[in-house]
Ligand binder design. Structure first.
Ligand code: IMP
Length: 404
């Protein structure tokens, strides 16, 4: 059976922590969409790991980590991540399987991302510039290079042909000499990374997963970004370039819909967004600044400041419906007590004020034992979202979690 875990907002909901926490219950953790635009932060034994490509099961010695068919892979980021883990004695290479159908990100994809974005003027998305959009563009134009082609005889020729096509596009966009030099340098590093990943397990992961399910294995499909950034249901064009909602776990891993059991939806007690696009409950004032500082709201991938605002339960409710959420988890509730009072919007857009709590909640493990004011907030969310919150994260550490 497969459980799917997805973010219900604009990404950065704290999914990495929840996946890491749930990992021991699963045999396989699999990423099904997106690429190194994601930044999943895990804090284990006081040490911080930020993962962009490798699923968040990386730290668990018995978990198989799968990078699925619906993803895009930058070999350089992948190698850097493996090295980061290796520096801590974690050799993930034997527990990592990459889809032969995942699409390769070339250095020219990243450069195109930058030039496309520059040309957009006021319609700039605020892309992470990791080449994600251009790589998916090529996939759907049927000129992309699937990872499995790494073992084809004419792989080098494919890379050359696609790079030349990209260069012709970049010239139209006015490729600057310094960027041309950058590309030249990146080419060598990219090819070195390709050589390194050749020895990894690159397979038809859909066969691995379906056989594992048949054998009784438990799979967790780990979503990246968030539902409000979904290419179809998000605030287009200010979205990412993949479907981020739970339904895409089927396509992105090659599993049938009836294999899915639970859909775990993760949301933050307030809201954040990196990049451009509508944010109805945004706080462009000192309160927003306070949430940013106390919540360490800076992008895990780009370091950019995250825009902060109140919880909008109309958006939360819609995301719950689109994903078919069965289990609802709230993160970063501890950040709210940097304020004496805070606000949340109901489904009709009306603001409601809540008092915070002076108590430290970091060691509370049962929802019933949380401060009365936080319980009031949870009641409001349960009522507005139509589903009870079943887990409340009370701090960044793995064990800081209260359950119902
Ligand atoms: P792209 O996916 O890098 O093209 O970026 C498109 C939009 O999605 C931008 O607003 C990014 O800031 C946002 N985005 C992409 N990935 C993430 C993520 O993992 N967390 C939060 N925002 C993201």
């Amino acid at each position: 059976m497969v459980d799917v875990l997805i973010g219900l907002q604009w990404g950065d909901e704290g999914k990495g922590k929840i996946v890491d926490l749930l990992a021991p219950r699963y045999d396989i953790i699999a990423r099904f969409q997106g690429g190194p635009n994601a930044g999943h932060t895990l804090i284990v034994n006081g040490k911080k790991y930020v993962l962009h490509t490798i699923p968040s099961g990386a730290i668990h010695p018995n978990t198989l980590n799968i990078v699925g068919t619906g993803t895009v892979i930058d070999p350089m980021t992948l190698c850097a991540e493996m090295d980061m883990l290796m520096a801590d004695g974690i050799d993930v290479s034997q527990r990592l399987e990459l889809s032969d159908k995942a699409m390769l990100i070339l250095p020219t994809h990243k450069m195109l991302d930058k030039y496309f974005e520059e040309s957009k003027g006021h319609l700039k998305i605020g892309s992470t510039l990791r080449g994600i959009g251009p790589a998916y563009q090529d996939k759907y134009a049927r000129i992309g290079i699937p990872l499995g082609h790494i073992h084809h005889k004419d792989f080098d020729a494919q890379v050359k042909e696609l790079s030349l096509f990209h260069l012709s596009l970049l010239k139209i966009y006015g490729l600057r000499p310094e960027d041309f030099d950058l590309l030249d340098h990146a080419k060598t590093t990219w090819l070195d990374a390709i050589e390194r990943i050749r020895s990894l397990s690159i397979t038809a992961i859909e066969d691995t997963i379906n056989q594992a399910i048949k054998d009784g294995a438990k799979v967790l499909a780990e979503g990246a970004q968030g539902s409000l950034l979904d290419i179809t249901f998000g605030s287009y064009p200010f979205v990412t370039s993949s479907n981020t909602i739970s339904a895409n776990a089927c396509i992105g891993l090659g599993i049938a819909p009836q294999k899915i059991r639970q859909v775990i939806g993760v949301f933050k007690a307030y809201m954040t967004r990196v990049g451009s696009g509508p944010f109805p409950t945004e706080l462009s004032n000192e309160t927003g600044e306070l949430l940013r500082t106390h919540g360490h709201e800076f992008g895990a991938t780009t370091g950019r400041k995250r825009r902060c605002g109140w919880l909008d339960t109309a958006l939360l409710h819609k995301a719950i419906i689109l994903n078919g959420v069965t289990d609802l988890m709230m993160t970063k509730s501890d950040v709210l007590n940097c304020l004496p009072t805070f606000t949340a919007h109901d489904k009709n857009g009306s603001a409601h004020e809540f008092a915070s709590w002076p108590d430290d909640i970091a060691e509370i493990t049962q929802i019933d034992h949380l401060p009365k004011n936080l319980l009031k907030y949870l009641d409001f969310i349960d009522h507005q979202s139509g589903i009870q919150v079943s887990g409340v994260s009370t701090g960044p550490q793995r064990h800081q979690m209260a359950y119902r």
